[in-house]
Design a protein around this ligand. Structure first.
Ligand code: MG
Length: 292
């Protein structure tokens, strides 16, 4: 499972065909996470099956809908998209002007759950299979499902006059499949180049920053939603960024001013760049303890 999650995470989180600054070298494979025979691995049990996760995801969606309805009442000066060259330490944002409002979401594990391919990968020992994933992008329509509360959330945003846009690292070559997948999940129309932005649309590779800049040139982006920090800024994906620094960037004052106030994160324990973390990253000698 570790291998699956890691590789899938790198792809879906935006590290496939990555530009130079993005970590592309996965760490050595680790033993698969223990899963009881015939049962899904624990992260899949939690995210796709538990009431606990359904409640957590619904809560994020409800916060987004509420924030959007509130935010459009008084036009903000700036988008929540960082301006080119701006850093989290000294953030500057794309100005809104009189541009129409938009909310920009990642797709995978943000708008839709990809249970079928994750099950296939888990059952085949945890290896991510790019060829299978490519087929899923092409033919998953009707099988990928909207996450809990997501249909209600996108409907509420649209009713408030906010254009809903997806910015995903699915392939531009499979645009029709992804348009069909989002529509079949009940999420309405996403049109490539207008309200659907894909990897391959520009020279940025898996970095979503250039696509975000394109969107922010046309829209006042009041909401970014995602399950990975790269859905908010590529600064979090800089190659070899130490875990402690990434944590500091993501939880420092500038980012904290945005979480749940323009930037909205969905839980995803199935895959993500945090899969490189070791024991030293999650505990210190201060917290070591053993039973007598
Ligand atoms: Mg995602």
């Amino acid at each position: 499972m570790r291998g699956l999650a890691l590789t899938a995470g790198l792809l879906l989180a935006g590290c496939a065909s990555a530009p130079a600054e993005v970590a592309t070298t996965p760490p050595p494979p680790a033993a698969a996470a223990p899963a009881e025979a015939g049962k899904p691995p624990v992260p899949l049990q939690y995210l796709y099956g538990s009431a606990e996760a359904a409640i957590a995801v619904r809560a994020v969606n409800a916060r987004i809908a509420g924030y959007g309805a509130w935010r459009v009442k008084e036009r903000p000066r700036d988008s929540v998209v960082l301006a080119p060259g701006a850093t989290m330490d000294a953030p500057r944002f794309e100005p809104c002007g009189d541009k129409p409002f938009a909310a920009v979401f990642d797709a995978d594990e943000t708008l839709i759950w990809n249970i079928a391919p994750m099950r296939l990968f888990a059952e085949k020992g945890g290896a991510f299979d790019l060829a299978v994933w490519d087929q899923w992008e092409k033919t998953g329509a009707g099988k990928a499902k909207a996450m809990p509360g997501t249909v209600e959330m996108v409907n509420a945003l649209r009713a408030a006059g906010i254009t809903v846009i997806a910015n995903t690292n699915r392939s531009a070559g499979n645009a029709k499949g992804s348009e069909d997948t989002l529509r079949a999940a009940g999420l309405g129309e996403f049109k490539h180049g207008e309200t659907l932005f894909l990897m391959g649309d520009d020279a940025g590779g898996s970095s979503k920053d250039p696509r975000r800049a394109t969107i922010a040139s046309k829209y006042c982006v009041i909401i970014l939603g995602g399950d990975q920090l790269g859905d908010f800024s590529q600064q979090f994906n800089v190659k070899d960024l130490p875990a402690a620094q990434r944590m500091a960037l993501a939880t420092g004052p500038a980012a904290t001013a945005l979480w749940d106030k323009g930037w909205f994160l969905f839980p995803n324990p199935v895959y993500g760049p945090w899969q490189t973390l070791g024991w030293d990253d999650i505990s210190s000698t201060d917290s070591e303890w053993k039973p007598r």
